[in-house]
Design a protein around this ligand. Structure first.
Ligand SMILES: *[C@@H]1O[C@H](CO)[C@@H](O)[C@H](O)[C@H]1NC(C)=O
Ligand SMILES: *[C@@H]1O[C@H](CO)[C@@H](O)[C@H](O)[C@H]1NC(C)=O
Length: 494
C-alpha cells in the first residue's frame, strides 16, 4: 500500500491514542499498592503470631495482655508506631476494612480479598474478647505515658500493660458504638465465607450496641479511664455520632427496621447534621451521611433524605467548581487538614468519594451543590488525584507508602521498624537503650512494607524525620480505607 496523506479527521483520534498511552505509562500499579496496603496490618499485630506471618521482622508480643485482670486480651493491633492497643481507633480501622470489602471486595483479586478478611479477623477476634463480659467493655491495654517514654520493640515491651475498662452504669457509647459498627460491618464481610462467624459478630454487635445506647456518654469522661486515653484517643467530638453510626451499620447488617427508625427519630437529638465535614476515628459524620444515603438512594427510604443532603454538602466542599467553602488543599493538590497524620483524612475522604459515587451512579443521581450538580465521574477523579499523589505524583516525587515505588519514607516513627529485628538481634534492648536508634539518621532496618505515613506538610514538603511523628508515623486508620480505594482502582485504573 502506497503512502497516502492521512485524512485530516484521523488526526484527532491519533492524538487521543497517544495521550492515553502516555497516561498508561504514568499510571500506578494499584494492585501492588493494594497487596502492600493489606500487608501493613501484619506488622502491627500484637499477640501470638501464626506460621504464615509475612512481616517476618516481627515476633510474638503482649502475650500476657489482660492477665492482671484475669482475662485474655492478647491479639489485636498496635495503632501506630507505639505498642499500645487503643480500642477506639482499632474498632474504627476494623469498620473501614470491612466497609472496604463490602463495597469493593468484588474488585479485589482473590488473594487480596482473603488477606483482607484475615486482617479484619485479627481485629474482630480481639474485639470479641473486649466485650466478653456483660455491660462491660475493655477499651485499652498499655499505659501510654510509660510506653511513649520508651523506644522499645513490642517483643521487648516491659512497661505496664495497664488494662482500662468501662462497666455499666459508667458510659462508653463512643467505643461501644464503634465496636458495634465494626462487628456489624465485619459480619457482612464474612457472611459468604464464614456464616457462623458472621452470626457471632452480628449477635455481639446487637449486644454491645445496647450497652452503648442504654448508658449514654463518652468513655473519656470516666476518671479511671481518662488519664490513659486522653490526650491520645480521647473522645473530643462527642459520643452521639457513634450511636448513629453503630445503629446505621446494625440496620444494614441485620435489615432490622428498628435501627432505621433509630437513626430517623434520633437524628436530630444526636446531632446528625452537626460537624458533618469530617470522617475519622473520632468524628463519624461524613461517613454516617454517606452510609445512610444508600438507604435513601437505593432503598427508597424517603424519610432519610436529609442524610443525602448532608452527604451532598460534604462532597461539595471537595469539588472545585462548587461555590461552597472548600476543604484546604496543598499547592500540589493534596487534601490537607492541620493537626498531624494528615494522610488519614486523605484516605478516608477518597474512600467516601468512591463509595458515594457508586451509590449515585447505580441510581443515576448526582450531587446537588446549589446552582450546579456534580456527577459520579467527578467524584472518581477527585479520589484518583488523591491516591495518585499518595503513590508518587507529587512535588517530592515520592511514594508515601513504604515499599511502593523507588522512593519512599526511610525513617518511620515506628519502634518495631526502627529498632533491629529480634530475629537479628535477640538480646533485650531496654527502654532508654532504644534512643540511639531513635536518634539515628539511618534508614529503618526493617522495611514496614505497606505503611503509609502521616505525609507532607501543607507546603508539600516531607523531611523524612523519625522524630516528627505528625509526618512520619503510620497508623491503622490511614491504611484501612485505602484498602477499599486501591481495590476500586485495581478494577478501574483509568
Ligand atoms: C430488631 O431489633 C430490636 C432491637 O434490638 C429487637 O428488639 C427486635 O426483636 C428485633 N427484631 C427482629 C425481627 O429481630
Ligand atoms: C535521643 O533521643 C532521646 C529520646 O529518646 C532524647 O531525649 C535525647 O535527647 C536524644 N539524644 C540526642 C543526643 O539527640
Amino acid at each position: 500500500m502506497g503512502v497516502q496523506p492521512s485524512p485530516p479527521h484521523l488526526t484527532l483520534p491519533i492524538l487521543i491514542l497517544i495521550s492515553s498511552s502516555l497516561l498508561l505509562v504514568a499510571s500506578h500499579d494499584y494492585h501492588d499498592a493494594l497487596s502492600k496496603c493489606i500487608l501493613f496490618f501484619e506488622g502491627q499485630r500484637s499477640g501470638f503470631l501464626p506460621q504464615d506471618q509475612r512481616q517476618n521482622w516481627r515476633a510474638n508480643s503482649g502475650l500476657g495482655d489482660g492477665s492482671t485482670n484475669g482475662i485474655d486480651l492478647t491479639g489485636g493491633y498496635y495503632d501506630a508506631g507505639d505498642n499500645v492497643k487503643f480500642g477506639f481507633p482499632m474498632a474504627f480501622s476494623t469498620t473501614l476494612l470491612a466497609w472496604s470489602v463490602i463495597e469493593f471486595g468484588d474488585s479485589m483479586p482473590s488473594d487480596d480479598l482473603r488477606n483482607t478478611l484475615v486482617a479484619i479477623r485479627w481485629a474482630t477476634d480481639y474485639l470479641l474478647k473486649t466485650v466478653s463480659q456483660p455491660n462491660r467493655i475493655f477499651v485499652q491495654v498499655g499505659d501510654p505515658i510509660k510506653d511513649h517514654n520508651c523506644w522499645e520493640r513490642p517483643e521487648d515491651m516491659d512497661t505496664d500493660r495497664t488494662v482500662y475498662s468501662v462497666e455499666a452504669p459508667k458510659t462508653a457509647s463512643d467505643v461501644a458504638g464503634e465496636t458495634a459498627a465494626a462487628f456489624a460491618a465485619s459480619s457482612m464481610a464474612f457472611r459468604s465465607s464464614d456464616p457462623g462467624y458472621a452470626e457471632t459478630l452480628l449477635r455481639s454487635a446487637i449486644r454491645i450496641f445496647e450497652y452503648a445506647d442504654n448508658y449514654k456518654g463518652a468513655y473519656s469522661d470516666n476518671e479511671d479511664v481518662r488519664p490513659g486515653v486522653c490526650p491520645f484517643y480521647c473522645d473530643f467530638d462527642g459520643y452521639q455520632d457513634e450511636l448513629l453510626w453503630g445503629a446505621a451499620w446494625l440496620g444494614r447488617a441485620s435489615q432490622n427496621q428498628s435501627y432505621r427508625n433509630y437513626i430517623q427519630y434520633n437524628g436530630k437529638t444526636l446531632g446528625a447534621d452537626d460537624n458533618i465535614n469530617e470522617f475519622g476515628w473520632d468524628n463519624k459524620h461524613a461517613g454516617l451521611n454517606v452510609l445512610v444515603s444508600k438507604e435513601f438512594l437505593e432503598g427508597n427510604v424517603y424519610s432519610l433524605e436529609s442524610y443525602k443532603a448532608s452527604a451532598d454538602s460534604f462532597m461539595c466542599t471537595l469539588i472545585p467548581e462548587s461555590s461552597s467553602s472548600h476543604i484546604e488543599y496543598t499547592p500540589g493538590g493534596l487534601i490537607y487538614r492541620p493537626g498531624g497524620s494528615n494522610m488519614q483524612h486523605v484516605t478516608s475522604i477518597a474512600f467516601l468519594l468512591l463509595v458515594y459515587a457508586n451509590y449515585l451512579s447505580r441510581t443515576s443521581q448526582t450531587v446537588n451543590c446549589g446552582s450546579i450538580s456534580i456527577g459520579p465521574t467527578s467524584l472518581h477523579q477527585q479520589a484518583k488525584k488523591q491516591v495518585d499523589y499518595l503513590l508518587g505524583d507529587n512535588p517530592m516525587s515520592m511514594s508515601y507508602m513504604v515499599g511502593y515505588g523507588d522512593k519512599y519514607p526511610q525513617r518511620l516513627h515506628h519502634r518495631g521498624s526502627s529498632l533491629p529485628s529480634i530475629k537479628d538481634h535477640p538480646e533485650f534492648i531496654p527502654c532508654k537503650d532504644g534512643s540511639v536508634y531513635f536518634n539515628s539518621s539511618s534508614s529503618n532496618p526493617n522495611i514496614h512494607v505497606g505503611a503509609v505515613v502521616g505525609g507532607p506538610g501543607e507546603d508539600d514538603i516531607y523531611e523524612d524525620d523519625r522524630a516528627d511523628f505528625r509526618k512520619s508515623e503510620p497508623t491503622t486508620y490511614i491504611n484501612a480505607p485505602l484498602v477499599g480505594v486501591l481495590a476500586y482502582f485495581v478494577a478501574n485504573p483509568n
